[in-house]
Write a protein that binds this ligand. Structure first.
Ligand code: NAD
Length: 320
């Protein structure tokens, strides 16, 4: 339960006209003093500048440790508001109200908060667990279909990682799945991994399935491909390479590709493998002489494989 007091709602220019009034009204009705900050929508808002603005606003409104920051929006608002909450007065209460599918199933769970620097994404952040995460699936009704589809790439990821039956369910329904059921399952799966490895030194790495090479694809497209599309391509590349190496059956590989396609997600790229490998190897997730690739052994079971730097290009080539 939250103490009464002040609340700062942090939201963006797309979400504010749709959902802010309602959030403000219900918090006011519950007795809170409510302030709001509306920042431009988009990744560029996860900046030092906006972080500073939020800190100054928290100071200006005299919020104390028992007051609360509420992130109302997707992962961008969640990460930014969460980092301000984690650091102002060494930590305020933090509540996430995720409004995108991705933020419901992924970024609002696990306590990672961050902002970007011009030098790279998520370079500054903190682990700071929310006191509450409130998912209202009605928020998804206003979400553009392309952004919903992006979140589906992460949803499918959970099936490939941990749960074959769940993957089968998703393959059967396509995008018309039962939202409450799917969000609940994904949150439970992410919670279980985070419980085992809160600070991301072991099992939590599994959540990077499709992301290591996906990030290269995303960067190489100069961000004309969305994150979800890039993760889908990254997942497809690693699945095809795993099948070529007989780590994954060709049948399961085929089903992964078919399901991604059925959600309207891409599974091919004409990118130059050498460029993709170069970007992957300059990534912060590289440790020493190896790069951790998350490799499916079957639908529902994946492993963290430290791939020697000299083999990364071959992996990507095999997966194209
Ligand atoms: P986002 O927050 O930019 O939201 C996507 C778009 O949807 C934005 O334009 C937003 O304004 C709009 N929007 C949000 N909710 C809406 C609604 N209900 N109706 C209409 N429009 C709505 O992006 P995202 O995909 O939610 O999150 C991506 C961010 O999450 C990245 O910055 C990424 O680094 C971060 N992330 C963090 C974690 C973590 O563990 N902390 C995990 C995954 C991703």
């Amino acid at each position: 339960a939250l103490a009464s007091g002040s609340v700062l709602i942090v939201t963006d220019t797309n979400v504010a006209p749709l959902w802010l009034e309602r959030a403000e009204a219900s918090l006011k009705a519950a007795g809170f003093t409510v302030y709001s900050a509306v920042l431009p929508a988009g990744e560029a808002s996860k900046s030092l500048e906006n972080y500073g603005k939020l800190l100054r606003l928290l100071a200006d409104k005299h919020l104390t440790r028992t007051d609360t920051v509420v992130a109302l929006g997707g992962g961008v608002m969640g990460d930014l508001a969460g980092f301000a909450a984690a650091t102002y007065l060494r930590g305020l209460r933090f509540v996430q109200v995720p409004t995108t599918l991705l933020s419901m199933v992924d970024s609002s769970v696990g306590g990672k908060t961050a902002i970007d620097l011009p030098e790279g994404k998520n370079l500054v952040g903190a682990f700071w667990q929310p006191s509450l995460v409130l998912c209202d699936t009605a928020c998804l009704d206003t979400l553009p279909k392309a952004i919903f589809r992006d979140g589906c790439a992460e949803v499918i990821k959970y099936g490939i990682l941990f749960d074959r039956d769940f993957f089968d369910y998703l393959s059967g329904t396509g995008m018309e799945f039962d939202r409450e059921y799917v969000i609940e399952r994904c949150v439970a799966m992410k919670r279980d991994v985070v419980d085992r490895d809160e600070f991301d030194v072991g099992a939590r790495k599994l959540l990077n399935l499709g992301h290591t090479i996906g990030h290269s694809v995303e960067a190489n497209s100069r961000f004309t491909l969305s994150h979800g599309q890039s993760v889908a391509i990254g997942t497809a590349i690693v699945a095809r390479a795993a099948a070529a190496k007989k780590i994954l059956s060709t049948e399961d590989c085929g089903r992964i590709l078919k399901t991604l396609r059925a959600y309207g997600l891409p599974v091919e790229t004409g990118d130059n493998p050498e460029i993709l490998a170069g970007i992957a190897l300059s990534d912060k997730k590289r440790s020493g002489g190896t790069l951790d690739l998350i490799v499916p052994e079957a639908i529902g079971s994946c492993k963290v494989l430290p791939v020697p730097v000299s083999d990364v290009l071959a992996w990507i080539q095999e997966g194209m």
